[in-house]
Ligand binder design. Structure first.
Ligand code: CP3
Length: 350
């Protein structure tokens, strides 16, 4: 059942596996969400957890952007915090994740339960199966995802969103042994959770390390890199390309080049041409500044062309540098998709 559509026919998967495709496949982080009125209509009658935990709703929201735009990939509607309640940590959204009792003590960490694969989030597996059924025969890949251990730990220790996550950065220095214990548990959870998604039908996986960029290179080398390596290498050989995303992390690129993944997703701070030399063996994903989608159409055309040209000279999946902003007009997204579709990479000079 898993491979109803073969890799050969899905542009996104070809580029993810390293092919320099004639057109850059595209999808957008947070392509399902609050900028779409049809999402807001569902949101008006269901809480975020209800949407995530009801497979029919999660599948419907996942597919909403695909009904409007000819995107090359769908990303499962869920959240990086989804697997954490199965460890015994209640999570609320307001609108970002809130952990009422931040994890800081040894007793709290030892109490964390490492769930069996089928206990983690069975509704996610069901949502994935529903989406794959809807996409059968279409040239659209389904991307599954999880938060990277360091980024999950950021929320668990800090307790909620914050500008610079000082409490978490202090915790890494004050309690390094506890931090490693937490990261080990999160690593095992993430491996189980992603393997489950692949088993259910996810055709690529993205590891979101949204807060990796907070750290200096030594701290990332100690608390980030080894755990990401462990997660990504546990998914090798499963026939599914692995995407790693860090935001605001240009200072870490020489370390990130060591990660066992096929695709590196980059933010807008450097051009893809500047980033390419760090990742000669990877596909690059990115990297239009999401704020460009708030500008007039001709600016969107210009800026998208800049990204497309900078992405020549190696495999490229077009995306934003981070998620779609809530106030983005859907017509602007439609325009961007058209611009990317019309750009023939093989008739351009690198
Ligand atoms: O289309 C998609 O990208 C799929 C859905 C998705 C959500 N969260 C839905 C969501 C994905 C891939 C995520 C991942 C996620 N969640 C990340 C990594 C990506 C990134 O942005 O760096 C992070 C850091 C989180 C944590 C999180 N969850 C935040 C910061 C927020 C709140 C504010 C926001 O950015 O929207 C959430 C809640 C959340 N997750 C919402 C959605 C649609 C908003 C809920 C609402 O509608 O109010």
């Amino acid at each position: 059942m898993k491979n109803l559509t073969t890799t050969a026919s899905v542009l996104f998967l070809r580029a993810a596996w390293g092919e320099d495709t004639p057109r850059a496949p595209l999808w957008l982080m947070r392509q399902a969400g609050r900028y779409l009125p049809e999402y807001r209509a569902i949101k008006a009658r269901a809480s975020f957890w209800e949407m995530v935990r009801t497979p029919e709703l999660a599948a419907e929201i996942t597919l909403q952007p695909l009904r409007r735009f000819p995107l090359d990939a769908a990303i499962l509607f869920s959240d990086i915090m989804t697997p954490l309640p199965a460890m015994g940590v209640p999570v609320e959204f307001n609108p970002g994740p809130v952990v009422a009792e931040p994890l800081r003590s040894r007793a709290q960490l030892e109490a964390l339960h490492l769930p069996e694969t089928q206990e983690i989030a069975p509704y996610v597996a069901e949502a994935i199966r529903l989406v794959r059924r809807e996409l059968a025969g279409k040239p659209v890949a389904l991307v599954g995802f999880a938060g990277a251990p360091l980024t999950l730990a950021t929320y668990l220790v800090q307790g909620s969103g914050s500008k610079d996550y000082e409490d978490f950065r202090a915790f890494l220095r004050q309690e390094p042994a506890l931090a490693h214990r937490l990261l080990e548990k999160l690593t095992e959870l993430t491996i189980r959770y992603l393997r489950m998604q692949i088993e259910a039908g996810a055709q690529a996986i993205q590891l979101f390390d949204s807060w990796a960029g907070l750290h200096d290179p030594d701290t990332y080398r100690t608390f980030g890199l080894p755990y990401n390596q462990k997660v990504l290498s546990a998914l090798a050989g499963l026939g599914v390309p692995r995407i790693y995303l860090a935001v605001g992390a240009s200072h870490l690129y020489s370390l990130l080049a060591e990660l066992p993944c096929e695709v590196v997703s980059v933010d807008w701070r450097l051009s893809l041409a500047q980033v390419r030399p760090f990742f000669p063996a990877h596909t690059l994903q990115g990297n239009l500044d999401p704020a460009v989608l708030l500008a007039p159409l001709e600016v969107i055309t210009q800026e998208a062309h800049k990204v497309l040209r900078a992405g020549l000279g190696g495999p490229h999946i077009f995306n934003l540098g981070h998620g779609v902003i809530r106030t983005t007009p859907p017509e602007h997204v439609a325009h961007l998709v058209e611009v990317v579709h019309q750009f023939n990479r093989h008739s351009e000079e690198p």
